[in-house]
Design a protein around this ligand. Sequence first.
Ligand SMILES: [Zn+2]
Length: 166
Amino acid sequence: MSEQAVIDNLDFARNGRVLHGSAPLAGFPRLQDLLLSGQGVLNYTLSGKIGAKGEPLLVCSIDGKLVLQCQRCLEALEYPLHIESQLRLVQGATQFDELDDGDEDVDSISASAEMDVLALVEDEILLSLPISPLHPPELCSGKGKEALVNEKRNNPFGVLATLKVK
Ligand SMILES: [Zn+2]
């Protein structure tokens, strides 16, 4: 298993090649900003194939676990990653529109003799992440805090009442 970070993606698809790899999360600079913990490793598999219409495709699967930050309680949120996406290779930007036949499950990327595999993996992860990750309500410790804040806001004497009790 060689760490081949750059591929000729058209050649890769036409020859049905397969690349397995693993990469530390620390190697994804754009992803780092969204993570509460940068520790961990992702596994990915990239395989090339030719689609039913003769179009060159890359199939990208990514598995791993991220630690995001819950946007309600701001605590750690374990987020399992299981991505499986198909990417159609197109030559030249003008073909993007021509090929857009309403097949929304397949995204298009540019054919390239020097495609950065890890950049593609990072793109796919960023696209798959929720804009605002949240714990399920029953597991989120932020719900109680939120209710408390609302209560105080509705009752201006709420804070005073708490002080008196103390
Ligand atoms: Zn939460």
